[in-house]
Design a protein around this ligand. Structure first.
Ligand code: GUN
Length: 286
């Protein structure tokens, strides 16, 4: 089974749109995205975030700044958004220019408005099993997994990649569901052997077609977070971390790239913005 992230994301966006339409009065969730410089991939991500936010009824705004913005100026902008009652979600698009300390910037965001789930308060709450803003990519993966496997109790899950954006929070979500989780990374020995015992593989390393068919157990579920731009017949193409064509036959479910995790990530950002709105405004449905 190919897990259709595009369709599942669309269903989630429809649900979010319906929930937003039910909010009494005129107040609506507000999301502000801060974009610095002209990183080409970031421009595309931010454009998509804005488009889908508007589509579901979120008041979305993009603040663009030149690369030359100082760390203090950026912090002041974030402080203003923290105080702005119409803004419920703040997302600072990464990467940031080298002269700006990413950690200090993330820590300036009000944790309740941290729709990326990168603030240490949210990271801590997620790892303690408390209510938290969960980073959008692993949250999207989690929803896709739950479409194929409703009960994750006792499953062997292997997370490939130990990033703060995906690998670590993914591990926390799977632990909460009673999986036995192994994280493998660039220094891990015999990754193929470890993967071959997995009921569930989440690949997020940024290495095109790294996960081979021989690594994958029959009937495993494979989630591919990779976005790798490659040249095929002089054309630029996006492919995942999984050797999709050879792996797919063996799996119980597998996500394609594109059309798998990517659309879910944005839908989860919208969901986090609605969650922040409910929390901050006290306007949650009963
Ligand atoms: N750049 C690439 N992925 C992300 C993400 O999930 N959040 C932010 N803020 N920036 C990114």
């Amino acid at each position: 089974m190919i897990i259709d992230g595009k369709k599942i994301a669309e269903e989630l966006r429809i649900k979010i749109k319906n929930d937003i339409e039910k909010i009494p009065g005129n107040s609506r969730p507000g999301l502000t995205v801060i974009l610095i410089g002209d990183h080409p991939a970031s421009q595309i991500y931010v454009r998509n975030k804005e488009k889908f936010a508007k589509e579901v009824g979120i008041n979305s705004k993009v603040l663009k700044f030149d690369e030359s913005i100082t760390e203090q100026e950026l912090k002041n902008e974030i402080e203003n958004l923290n105080k702005d009652l119409n803004v419920h979600g703040i997302l600072v698009q990464l990467p940031l220019p080298d002269h700006i300390n990413q950690r200090d910037i993330i820590e300036t965001i009000d944790p309740r408005k941290d729709v990326d789930g990168f603030h240490p308060i949210n990271v801590g709450n997620l790892s303690s099993g408390n209510d938290a803003m969960v980073p959008c990519t692993p949250l999207g993966c989690y929803y896709l997994i739950k479409k194929v496997l409703s009960d994750l109790d006792g499953l062997n899950a292997v997370v490939i990649g130990r990033s703060n954006i995906n690998g670590k929070p993914m591990t926390q979500l799977l632990l909460k569901e009673n999986c036995t989780v192994t994280i493998v990374h660039s220094k891990t020995k015999k990754i193929d052997e470890i993967c071959s015992n997995a009921d569930l593989i989440i690949a997020a390393v940024g290495k095109a077609k790294m996960v081979k068919s021989s690594w994958v157990k029959q009937n495993a579920v494979v989630i591919d977070v990779g976005i790798n731009r490659v040249q095929v017949d002089s054309k630029s193409k996006i492919i995942g971390d999984v050797d999709f064509d050879n792996v797919k036959e063996k799996t119980k479910g597998i996500t394609p790239v594109p059309g798998g995790v990517g659309p879910m990530t944005i839908a989860c950002l919208l969901e986090n913005t609605l969650k922040a709105f409910y929390k901050i405004s006290g306007n949650a449905p009963r």
